[in-house]
Ligand binder design. Sequence first.
Ligand SMILES: Nc1ncnc2c1ncn2[C@@H]1O[C@H](COP(=O)(O)OP(=O)(O)OP(=O)(O)O)[C@@H](O)[C@H]1O
Ligand SMILES: [Mg+2]
Length: 263
Amino acid sequence: MESTVTARHSEPAAGATASNAVIRVEELHKYYEMGETRVHALRGVSMEIERGEFVAIMGASGSGKSTFMNILGCLDRPSEGRYLLEGVDVSQYDKRTLAGIRNQKIGFVFQGFNLLARTTALENTELPTLYTKIDNNERHKRAREALEMVGLADRAGHFPSQMSGGQQQRVAIARALVNRPSILLADEPTGNLDSRTSVEIIDIFQRLNEGGLTVAMVTHEHDIAQFARRVLVFRDGKIRRDEAVANRPRAAEVLKTLPTLED
Ligand SMILES: Nc1ncnc2c1ncn2[C@@H]1O[C@H](COP(=O)(O)OP(=O)(O)OP(=O)(O)O)[C@@H](O)[C@H]1O
Ligand SMILES: [Mg+2]
């Protein structure tokens, strides 16, 4: 009899190992060479993130969080160790190949939004699709869908200067989603936002995660980390704690208790 179970996500690539881990790192090290000195930013990091997880990454300034996220996001390569993305070892891929993989599999959100100034919300959202083969109609359709997902359908024609910080960050999230990645990575996505707006952004992450998206985000704020399902704490380039969050709050519920700007 034929199986009635349909795979929700694409099959792993040839050569991939059977595992539920979307991300698996083994003994990662990262050195930055600075003239005479050498910074050892990651000192043997091993961990896995399974499909559907929502992980918060915490730790003091300089502990290696961004270095780690940049490797996960294929923005940089480890000096030593292995990184398996959906079962495929990408540790030694060249920059160009990594860029292709990133565009296809990973959405990345930065603290500073990084939107193009003279470009509308819709056009900003469309940017990552320019490196894919989809046609213009599909491009617009996907960008509108992504803006809808973040509650900004009515701001498609606005320029970044015509939007609040929270709205700009939502455009950045829409842009990260437009190629339908399997992982969303965010490095201090709420770092420039006030507390209510931060929870609004986390509400979007929780909704996306409940829809099946794997999410990992760096945050300095303990309160924000508690919205994730799991918290990793970095210290001196290593993971010092790795714990599940008990009784995590629902951002949508917390929002009801927070004053709005009009109040
Ligand atoms: N491009 C670079 N060149 C040289 N050293 C770097 C570079 N990027 C980071 N470092 C160093 O590597 C270490 C880890 O930095 P990283 O940016 O990963 O920390 P972080 O945990 O993200 O800190 P923060 O909370 O301040 O963002 C630090 O000592 C930093 O100075
Ligand atoms: Mg950082």
